[in-house]
Design a binder for this molecule. Structure first.
Ligand code: SF4
Length: 162
């Protein structure tokens, strides 16, 4: 399940060159599925670019000098053309706002008002939010897959190869 905290009539435009990829600071949240897809596309071992954040399948991409390890000097993303950007990187201007692990896994996302592109460009409508919800559900599914495989006795390293 995904809880989306948005604002009515909000507009947004990605201005990554202008803001020097403001959103790619710190470590982006990722699932085991994200890590696996990135490893397959880049040939990198998971330990070289990501860290496990908890025992429930939430990973974080590593940072270099405060910026994501996959950010190029021109502020483009090394993973973009390879088609393996983490789910959360495809959800801008919505950001991770926590997970509730109860009977149901609930992902919280909220619109990122600090983004320099906030208020510019196109209006975020129902279609855009439906896409955010779809991506959020994919994220939740991959967290649930991790939890299920852990329960079956697989190690994190084994799960990253499934
Ligand atoms: S993976 Fe790409 S889009 Fe995501 S935070 Fe890193 S550089 Fe930015």
């Amino acid at each position: 399940m995904v809880l989306i905290y948005s604002e009515p009539g909000v507009a947004w435009k990605c201005v990554f060159k202008e803001c020097r990829a403001f959103c790619c600071a710190g470590g982006r949240e990722a699932t085991a599925g994200d890590i696996r897809r990135i490893s397959e596309a880049t040939g990198l071992a998971a330990k070289d670019f990501a860290e496990l954040q908890d025992d429930k399948g939430l990973f974080r991409l590593k940072s270099v000098n405060g910026k994501c390890i996959f950010l190029n000097e021109d502020y483009s993303c090394q993973l973009h053309k390879k088609g393996v950007k983490p789910i959360f990187c495809r959800m801008y201007p919505f950001k991770f706002d926590g997970i509730i692990y109860a009977d149901e896994v609930v992902l919280k996302v909220k619109v990122f008002k600090e983004c320099p592109g906030f208020g510019k460009g196109f209006k975020i409508g129902d279609k855009f939010e439906a896409n955010i919800e779809e991506l959020g559900n994919k994220f939740v599914k991959e967290i649930k897959d991790f939890l299920r495989l852990k329960k079956e006795g697989l190690t994190t390293e084994e799960i990253l190869k499934v």
